[in-house]
Design a protein around this ligand. Sequence first.
Ligand SMILES: Nc1ncnc2c1ncn2[C@@H]1O[C@H](COP(=O)(O)OP(=O)(O)OP(=O)(O)O)[C@@H](O)[C@H]1O
Ligand SMILES: [Mg+2]
Length: 244
Amino acid sequence: MLEIKDVKLVRDNRVILNNLTASFDRGQVYAVLGNNGVGKSTLSYVLMGLESHKDYTGQLLLNGDPIDALSVFERAVKGITLGWQEPARFTGLTVKEYLTLGGKRKIPKEELAEILSIVGLNEDYLQRFVDDTLSGGERKRIELASIMIINPEVIVLDEPDSGIDIMSMEMIETVLHRLKGKGSIVIIITHREEIAVMADEAYLLCAGRMLASGKPEEIVEFYRKLCDKCQHINEPVSKGGLQK
Ligand SMILES: Nc1ncnc2c1ncn2[C@@H]1O[C@H](COP(=O)(O)OP(=O)(O)OP(=O)(O)O)[C@@H](O)[C@H]1O
Ligand SMILES: [Mg+2]
C-alpha cells in the first residue's frame, strides 16, 4: 500500500500541493484526474523523490514504511517507477538495449516481441534508437513496454496517452490491465475522462488537494460539472466543495 499524508509543496510562495492525502492499494488502478496546472506532475515528482522536489512536508509511506528520506534511486530500487509526461530520450541507446538494461536483463526475443506488440510496435523497433528519430508517441509506447518488463511495485503514469492517438486507447487499457494483473499499484495521472474511466478508483485533484475520491464515473461527473467551469487557478475551492 502507498500512502500520501498531508503532503505540502510550495513554489514561489504558491502552494502547489496543499495538504494532499490519498492512499493506493496493490492490484488496483487509480486515476488522479485534474485540469492543467493543478499539481499532477508535481505529485508524480514528489512520489519519485526527485531532488528538485524533496522539500515537501508531510509523509509518504510504502507498505507502512516512510520513504521520504530515500533518494530517487533508492525509491526506484523499492519498485517506484514513473512514466514521464514527456518520455526521456537516450542518445546512442537502441530500444533493445533500453528494454534489456544494456543486455543485463536476459529476456527472450519472443517476449520482447510480445511486449512490443502490446504497445502496437513490431520487432523492427528493437534496432531503433531511443532518441528524436522515434516519434513522441513511439517513445511513449517504448516507455510503456519497459514498465511492463520491469513490473514495478508502484507505477505512476503521467498522462499515459500524451502523444498517443485516440485510436490507441484500447492499447493503454490493455497495458493497465496487465500491470494490475501483476499486483502493482497503478496510478494514472490524467486530465482526460476517457483515461480516468479505465481506473478502478479515481481521485479528483484541484489546486493541489484531493477534493474527492470514488468510482471513476462519479468523479468524472464532478469533473465535468465543476472543473470545466472552474475559474480558480491553484486557489482552494470554497468551503463545502466536493470533499467527501
Ligand atoms: N519550479 C516551479 N516554480 C514555480 N511554479 C511551478 C514550478 N513547478 C511547477 N510549478 C507550478 O505548479 C503548478 C502545477 O504544475 P504541474 O506541472 O504539477 O501541473 P499539472 O497538473 O501536471 O499540469 P498539466 O496538466 O499541464 O501537465 C503549475 O501552476 C506550475 O506552473
Ligand atoms: Mg503535468
